[in-house]
Design a binder for this molecule. Sequence first.
Ligand code: PDD
Length: 284
Amino acid sequence: MRIVYVNGQYLPENEAKISIFDRSFLFADGVYEVTSVLDGKLIDFMGHMKRLERSLSELKFAFKPDIDQLLEIHRELVKRNDITEGLVYLQVSRGSAGDRNFLINKDTPASLVLFTQRNSLIQSTLADRGQKIVTRPDIRWRRSDIKTVQLLYASLLKTEAYAEGADDVWMVLDGFVTEGSSNNAYIVTHDDTIVTRHLSTDILHGITRQSVIRCAAELGLTVEERPFTVAEAQNAKEAFSTSASSFVCPVVEIDGTKIGTGTPGPIAKRLRQIYIDANRATAL
Ligand code: PDD
């Protein structure tokens, strides 16, 4: 049985408890991070913690995370659950004021929950065969840059995509792709330029995205941060997505149209390998 962390305690998962009045339960008033683990070490931990601080500050949480303490908890959970490859999920919610109330009480202590997931990340059948994507309108609230636990739309879309025989969804706002249900979206043009939407409040500022853009520069590839349409993606040479849980994952089909040869492209495959090698070397 997993050992999880809840508000200062390490407990077996079936003994861990959160109040029914917790604001993340009643109002989705919580933010989260997912950090991958390779060789028992945390990938880009500091990047995830910087984004956590940003999410908390954008939502005006009084809670100020102690990053050294969070590193300690991450490591302890990895150790206690014997995770060599997988994920650590962290959630901070605005806590429970003992009742349901739309008004936020700034004195309510935040609640902090962490747990691990054992996953094969490097060996991935999805990355080997490439993802089939369907597109849907992006009707999320317009602060997609904050990593809140308000994931219902993404979850509904992904479930719908699966029911249609696809693997995931890319969302489209005013004719341009924003991002995937839980990943950032990219295309590779016929002159080998990587295109991904620029940072704004319309997408999550992916930690993997930041690292992959650096890897691309090291490979001598040009990266253009600008919006692209579904039609441009369907005519691209390659497409792929990035996230902490899937690294770089090739896309082979969008709304029934094959991308390039219809198999994972060489640039996506190369970036996946370079990303893994570079981040393994600097894992904490
Ligand atoms: N999702 N966009 C969205 C909407 C996401 O939910 C995520 C991450 C990303 C990629 O961010 P990063 O590279 O920092 O993981 C982009 C995580 C993995 C999840 O919800 O499980």
